[in-house]
Design a protein around this ligand. Structure first.
Ligand code: PMV
Length: 308
């Protein structure tokens, strides 16, 4: 049996504008992860089991474009393996689904790694990243590639679409609370809606994306110089621009207000928006208060993570 795990992720700054060539900062979240086990099977064919999503199916019974099927077939194709061996693939994950934590990309990365290792030809990180990006296209339509990159490399990334990987140093660790609204939201839809806005008035939205890009660069500098308290106002400013892009929601805005009122340095939605997660910047002194306030304001789950 061969197993592989991949972490969740959050986008710290720059979601949506990153689709239009601006930078984004994203970090792995190791408190949650996806795990895939691959083992030889006695039955013929390839069986995929995932209790979390209630999937118990033969590979060939899944629709041709189903992401898990596509990931398995992509690995066989990349390794030029035929005929297909008989396998049991077991998937488990603690990453909330459709919440902006990269659950789909983490499952793909763990699956591609576990399967290629099992087949005796472990793929390198960049190959895993490239295959995962192809699968992300099925999930999201026109993904920027930030999710698969941060999860494949499991390191903080300064990501610009189509450019080589750039990681960054975290001079002094800082903590965030990730608060789940409990509202599943499809990134594909919010990305599509932003595209419609952009198509209707691209000069206006290019300026908004430029402002996001400036915030991302300032945030990177603050993180690299250890000035993490400066991130709070930058998070608030990024959230306002995401509101302007119509990708926030009353629930996200309520959580953001509650976090700030309880002492968070700043707060913003993270990921596609409309639901999913909010992130709030906390210190050791404010952490407990902010956590309680987020739960009281309706968060169904919180994760406290330290960015290092
Ligand atoms: O919803 P998530 O966490 O997968 O993040 C999507 C990030 C976007 O910038 C909205 C889309 C993208 O492809 O980068």
């Amino acid at each position: 049996m061969t197993a592989s795990s991949a972490p969740g992720k959050i986008i710290l700054f720059g979601e949506h504008a990153v689709v239009y060539g601006r930078p984004a900062l994203a970090v792995p979240v190791t408190q949650v992860s996806a795990r895939v086990e691959v083992a030889a099977a006695r039955h013929p064919g390839i069986r995929i089991e995932s209790d979390e999503v209630g999937l118990h199916s033969d590979l060939t019974d899944l629709p041709p474009c189903q992401p898990l099927r596509s990931a398995v077939e992509a690995v066989f194709h990349a390794l030029e393996i035929t005929p297909l061996p008989s396998l049991d693939i077991r998937i488990s994950s603690t990453i909330p689904v459709a919440a902006g934590l990269g659950s789909g990309a983490a499952v793909s990365v763990a699956l591609i790694r576990a399967l290629s290792s099992y087949l005796g030809a472990a793929l390198g990180t960049e190959q895993v990243n490239t295959l995962c990006y192809e699968i992300e296209k099925i999930h999201h339509g026109t993904p920027s590639g930030v999710d698969n990159t941060v999860i494949s490399y499991a390191r903080p990334v300064f990501f610009i679409r189509g450019q080589p990987l750039e990681t960054f140093n975290v001079q002094s660790p800082f903590s965030l609370i990730i608060a789940n609204t409990g509202i599943p939201a499809l990134t594909k839809e919010s990305v599509g809606d932003v595209r419609q806005l952009w198509q209707a008035d691209s000069p206006r939205w290019e300026k908004v994306f430029d402002r996001v890009g400036e915030i991302v660069r300032q945030a990177r500098q603050a993180i690299e110089t250890g000035d993490w308290p400066a991130l709070g106002p930058l998070m608030d400013a990024n959230h306002r621009l995401l509101q302007e892009m119509t990708v926030s929601s009353p629930e996200l805005d309520r959580l953001a207000r509650a976090a700030r009122a309880a002492g968070a340095g700043g707060a913003k939605l993270s990921g596609g928006g409309r639901g999913g997660n909010l992130i709030a910047l906390v210190s050791p002194e404010t952490q407990a208060n902010v956590n309680a306030a987020l739960l009281a304001a309706g968060a169904i789950q919180t994760i406290i993570t330290t960015v290092t």
